[in-house]
Ligand binder design. Structure first.
Ligand code: PRP
Length: 189
């Protein structure tokens, strides 16, 4: 896989394929432990597009029966009302969430804006419980979201331009099986 043409655009590999496998195994075990005695059902909610690779790997390693669904959202920093700050491009494919223990599955948390708004939105819409699993956390929270913390975190990473394992630059690199830091000349040229 390191002979992919895209590998030449990497400055450093930050999280290897082997490390990712260990992380996903650990998070799946934590989820199995935490939801062993739940009431209702477990719903993995992938946020498009970045979550798809992590979602696919994670759902295979969780032994607890799960249902899956997807949303596509954008968030805005300058709207007056919280409800106007989340733009839903593709909504969850069900109306009654009262039996659903939702785990939002994300590739990365950065400012915390998207996940703060989305968690609030799902709770307001009647979800039985809402937690967040993220593969990466940049811990670059906006002051407004400084208290946001994911319930399951794969790796805490530096504030660098990372791609791979779902993450893109101009829609490239999502399919890489590792997380890498892009060479600056790739995005400054
Ligand atoms: C990324 C990521 C989160 C969000 C996190 O999505 O998947 O949804 O940004 O950033 P925040 O903590 O600053 O809100 P992106 O908008 O890049 O969309 P994509 O997954 O389709 O690439």
């Amino acid at each position: 896989m390191h002979n992919s043409v895209l590998y030449n655009d990497m400055k450093t590999i930050l999280v290897t394929e082997e490390e990712i496998d260990r992380i996903v195994t650990r998070i799946a075990a934590e989820i199995d432990r935490d939801y062993a005695h739940m009431e209702g059902k477990l719903l993995l909610l992938g946020i498009l597009k970045g979550s798809v690779v992590f979602m696919g790997d994670l759902m295979k390693k969780i032994n607890t029966p799960v249902e899956i669904d997807f949303m596509k959202v954008s968030s805005y920093g300058n709207a007056t009302h919280t409800s106007g700050r989340l733009s839903i491009k593709l909504d969850i494919d069900r109306h009654d969430l009262s039996e659903s223990n939702i785990i939002i599955v994300e590739d990365i948390v950065d400012s915390g804006r998207t996940l703060s708004y989305l968690t609030e939105h799902l709770k307001r819409n009647g979800a039985r419980s809402v937690r967040v699993a993220t593969m990466l956390d940049k811990q670059c929270r906006d002051p407004e979201f400084k208290d946001f913390k994911a319930d399951y975190t794969g790796a805490v990473i530096p504030n660098e331009f990372v791609v791979g394992y779902g993450l893109d630059y101009a829609e490239k690199y999502r399919a890489l099986p590792y997380v890498g830091i892009l060479k600056p000349e790739v995005y400054t040229k």
